[in-house]
Design a protein around this ligand. Sequence first.
Ligand code: PDD
Length: 280
Amino acid sequence: MLVYLNGEFLPLEQARISPLDRGFLFGDGVYEMVPFYHGIPFLFEEHITRLGRSLQALDIKNPLTKDQWKAIVHTLSEQASLPTHNIYLQITRGAGLSRQHQYEDGLEPTVFAMVTNMRLLSDAEKQTGLRAVTVPDERWQNCYIKSLNLLPNILAIQQAYVQQAYEAIQIHQGYVTEGASSNVFIVKQNILFTPPKTAEILWGITRDFVLSLARKHHIAFEERALNEDELYDADEIWITSSGREVVPITRLNDHRVGDGEVGPIWKKINASYENARNAC
Ligand code: PDD
């Protein structure tokens, strides 16, 4: 597999970084995931803008221009074995001279990119929906930064995995924040709800796109805090992410969501999402 590392395209086996890299030592860096459908990136501008915002929040200079990022993602995409995939982009603050917590000025960021698989739903999963479990949100207060520090997210998804669930929905002080690697929507009486863009969640690109589709289809929506009870009381629950698109959750812990069937509003939005990304 061909990957990109610090200005070069090379086989994965030949890619080397310093053990003093602050991404390796401290998780000091950020990442992005750009979905590609048949050679075309979907919502590329939005992903690169968010990457810039994450870098700025950590005081790391964006090492590349938008056109340079574009050239990298296209070159990697051309080498991908499957027509639909993600391009993973990672930037760390770089390698210091020793392991010290504070960073010196002028470090050279480490830039890494590679193709990763997309996990799209099977037809059977689209018929039945999937199961999610709830877990406490144990993360820091700046989840709008797409940071490499994913330990709480990893422990959350692992809890879901051992319970044979597809996603972990995180609850912070009684309120829904987001999935381990997705945003959360509910439908109640034909109105779509999703938590607002605060620092407690990642400002999902798919989330925003889904809201634009709701607007287009005249589906009423509200961005507001959702308490845990509203999850159990929802007619529909969905989770969204670039790698997984819009996924219907029909079981929450040991409860049915609504009538336990995939809901009509999901069907409408999902069809519209699939049309948009096929046309991109
Ligand atoms: N994750 N919230 C979290 C915590 C996420 O990690 C992600 C995406 C999302 C959805 O964001 P978007 O719609 O922009 O993909 C929300 C990526 C795909 C990942 O970590 O693999």
